[in-house]
Design a protein around this ligand. Structure first.
Ligand code: NAP
Length: 260
């Protein structure tokens, strides 16, 4: 079913760890050409690239450093990707994060800007600069190109204490996809969201074991998800064979933590 991912040119943002790395690995295993990204070329990035090379071909994977809270870096990342692979078939907007916690009364402009830049601006600008290339891919191959963004259960239910802006930024993401469906379906570009529940990544590094157990108890499966359990949903939305008539959807991968 995923055979059409062979040779597809896939950009995965925020992907040296966690969900993004698991997604990149799966796409490499399916024979795609994959670029991963994080803010800087550190040891974590080197390890991630080595892991990807071990799964595929060295010439089919590379790393692009870019801090996607900044519009200019979103643009440069897309340019680097096109320079290397000559086009783009799939964009996965995964970079994002809590960006800190603040109650409403203590919140200042810097906090608000940081959380929104990390989760909203990053996706807006990366998608903006990718659209011409995705449109060209759809026209050249006669198959839909795909944008998949990582949403969140928080975007559905409001988020934990101090995470209101994060939750709102993910709801923003869920909704702006619906607008892009209206504008770009005629160009053969699909937009879908994978919305995780609670996934065992560094995202939860600030939580005590006690709190993690409490959260796990609120999930029907009784445990956090592994990043690898998220990755196939991205492959499904990337594959024209699997989901060529599906756009504007949110797929909740949350082990029954919430059933919207
Ligand atoms: P993670 O394990 O913390 O990994 C985040 C990745 O993004 C890392 O590679 C990180 O590398 C990179 N990154 C961070 N800031 C960046 C920036 N400004 N520009 C470019 N790259 C950046 O996170 P995760 O848990 O896999 O989360 C991935 C996505 O899933 C996020 O959008 C998150 O909101 C969403 N999500 C996660 C959960 C969960 O429970 N884990 C639940 C719902 C939604 P550097 O730090 O080195 O830059």
């Amino acid at each position: 079913m995923f055979s059409d991912l062979v040779g597809k040119r896939v950009l995965v943002t925020g992907s040296t760890a966690g969900i993004g790395l698991a997604v990149a690995k799966l796409f490499v295993q399916y024979g795609a050409k994959v670029a991963i990204n994080s803010r800087s070329q550190n040891e974590v990035a080197e390890t991630a690239i080595n892991e990807l090379v071990a799964l595929g071909k060295a010439e089919d994977v590379f790393f692009i450093p870019a801090d996607l809270t900044k519009s200019a870096e979103c643009k440069k990342m897309v340019e680097s990707f096109i320079d290397r692979f000559g086009g783009m078939d799939v964009l996965i907007n995964n970079a994002g994060g809590l960006g800190g916690r603040s109650s409403l009364e203590l919140m200042d402009d810097d906090f608000y800007d940081h959380v929104m830049d990390l989760n909203a601006r990053s996706v807006l600008m990366t998608t903006k600069y990718s659209i011409p290339h995705l449109r060209a891919s759809a026209a050249e191959f006669g198959k839909t190109a795909s944008v998949i963004s990582t949403g969140s259960i928080a975007g559905r239910e409001g988020g934990g204490l101090g995470a209101g802006v994060y939750a709102a930024s993910k709801a923003w993401l869920h909704n702006i996809h619906r607008n892009w469906v209206k504008e770009y379906t005629k160009d053969g570009i699909r937009f879908n969201i994978v919305s995780p529940g609670t996934v065992d990544t560094l995202f939860h590094a600030d939580k005590s074991d006690e709190l993690k157990d409490k959260i796990a108890g609120s999930i029907a499966f009784g445990r956090f998800a592994e990043s690898e359990e998220l990755a196939p949903s991205f492959a499904f939305f990337a594959s024209h064979n699997c989901s060529g008539y599906i756009t504007g959807q949110i797929l909740d991968v949350n082990g029954g933590q919430m059933c919207p």
